[in-house]
Design a protein. Structure first.
Length: 185
């Protein structure tokens, strides 16, 4: 029998993370609570209150454009991401896999180690047999060259956007916050 995935990698990343605002600080508290109380925080079947997910904000090397996907089920522009697969416990691995699945793009960390850019807990509506629940999202920072992306699993469209284009869109507040962290420099 396989041992359940360890939460130690996530806990180390969260210990170094500094929230940008009170909403993100609240998300961080919820994620830490999930890690300390849930028997299976990585399992997509853990619905009360939810489970961990991993996503990535992918910027071009100049950090002038970000790659977003139009999500097939949620019908909105988001960063690529999703559920941990069985046995995964590292958000950097899960996020990179999700990027490959959804955009067919190989991306890299902007430095020698993965960077946890943002954390966000958000409600996912009930769908089919899944009740409404929360995604406790760990948002990694990635860099990739423009032009190699294609539409992958669960995605309707993949597109690079500038800061001005993103500002004109009705993006999720958590995504807006994560973008500001990179574009405010």
């Amino acid at each position: 029998m396989n041992a359940p995935p360890s939460t130690s990698t996530v806990a180390r990343m969260l210990a170094r993370h500094r929230p940008a605002d009170e909403r993100e600080a609240g998300s961080l508290r919820k994620i830490l609570d999930l890690l300390s109380t849930a028997a299976a925080p990585f399992s997509r079947d853990h619905f009360a209150p939810g489970h961990l997910t991993a996503s990535a904000l992918i910027f071009n090397p100049a950090r002038s454009r970000v790659l977003l996907i139009f999500h097939g089920k949620l019908h909105m522009w988001l960063q690529p991401g999703g559920h941990f697969e069985p046995g995964e416990d590292d958000p950097s691995v899960a996020a990179a896999r999700e990027v490959r699945e959804e955009t067919l793009l190989e991306a890299a960390w902007p430095g020698p180690e993965p960077v946890l850019l943002d954390v966000d807990v958000h409600l996912i509506p009930a769908r089919k047999s899944d009740p409404a629940h929360e995604h406790h999202d760990l948002r990694m920072l990635l860099v990739a060259e423009e032009g190699a992306q294609r539409v992958g699993d669960g995605v309707k469209e993949v597109q690079w956007f500038t800061r001005d284009q993103c500002a004109a869109m009705n993006l999720d507040p958590g995504l807006q916050r994560a973008l500001k962290k990179v574009w405010s420099v």
